[in-house]
Design a protein around this ligand. Structure first.
Ligand code: ZN
Length: 313
């Protein structure tokens, strides 16, 4: 199997599942995701170090759930973290069809294993901001930015929902790695939102349930799938399964799209590139796929750009 087909095959296997539930007669809405294979795919594609795998895996898991919250099939969600820690930042995009992709700015940063063997994602992120952009097909996309509270991502999203969307929420995200090789052992998350009409008794039960839960990875290690995870969190609140749908790591990059990026560099940069003897390799940020262009191909692009410029005169 050649490289491109192999990546295609692996991407097909990078699937997970998002479930949506309601509870307490619609006073709560809840999402959960099983994302182990998505995060493992991202780890391999970007060759992420353990702490970067955990950070990216948490944000991908959140993206998959928040993608499922979008109303229309064409809507797009972007989660972007900019930070001063060694990871520098990470970006995830997701859509309503279950496609999610993402990258870390500095993927191979090592370190930040804590004395308790947990990965110090907050330390690797440091101070910064979380921006949520929703492109809902309107003139201007919706964008909300909040400061990172802990850099642990779940707490930062909880804070974002409370301040930017005025929706009290509880977010849990977890990525557990195998000690031997850093591959992904468990990954998943949940997102519970309290609707404005929710009664105090309902919130009390929810808080009690949440306080009895150790972590997402503990639930997954316990053998819970996404539905069972929510059934535990929503115990006693009459949880109802609304929908379950597949999600996957998928990138829509192509040779044509990368060509457009190269063309947009303009005459000067293309001319510099065309003078080299070697192929020019351009990698997609999101999935790390490499696209190669020969000097002859670059020269063709250059003439196309020059023709275009002439046409405008
Ligand atoms: Zn790509």
């Amino acid at each position: 199997m050649d490289q491109e087909n192999k990546m295609e095959q692996e991407m097909k296997e990078a699937t997970g599942r998002v479930v949506r539930m309601t509870a307490a007669n619609l006073q709560l809405r809840a999402f959960a995701v099983e994302s182990k294979y998505i995060v493992e795919y991202a780890r391999k594609a970007h060759e992420t170090s353990p702490v970067a795998t955990a950070a990216l895996g948490r944000l991908l898991s959140a993206g998959a759930m928040m993608g499922a919250m979008l109303k229309n099939q064409q809507d797009l969600l972007t989660l972007q973290i900019k930070c001063d820690g060694p990871i520098r930042g990470l970006t995830v995009t997701a859509d309503a069809k279950g496609n999610v992709k993402g990258y870390v700015n500095v993927p191979r940063f090592e370190g930040f294993a804590r004395p308790d063997h947990k990965l110090d994602v907050g330390g690797a992120l440091g101070y910064g901001t979380l921006t949520v952009i929703k492109d809902l097909g309107l003139k201007e996309p919706f964008a909300g930015t909040t400061e990172l509270l802990t850099g642990e991502i779940a707490e930062d999203l909880t804070y974002y929902f409370a301040t930017s969307e005025q929706t009290p929420s509880s977010v849990g995200l977890g990525v557990l790695l195998n000690k031997e090789d850093g591959s992904v052992r468990q990954a998943g998350g949940f997102l519970i939102q309290v609707m404005p009409e929710a009664k105090d008794e309902v919130i009390d039960v929810l808080e009690q349930n949440l306080s009895g839960i150790q972590s997402v990875t503990a639930l997954l290690e316990d053998g819970c799938d996404a539905v069972q995870m929510l059934e535990r969190i929503l115990a006693g609140l009459d949880p109802q399964l609304e929908q379950e749908s597949p999600c996957r790591f998928a990138c829509d990059c192509s040779r044509e799209k990368i060509e457009k990026v190269l063309l947009s560099l303009g005459e000067k940069d293309l001319s510099d590139l065309s003078e080299g003897k070697d192929d020019v390799e351009v990698k997609c940020h999101f999935c790390n796929s490499a696209y190669r262009f020969s000097p002859a191909e670059i020269r063709d692009m250059l003439s196309a750009v020059r023709e275009g410029a002439k046409g405008k005169q």
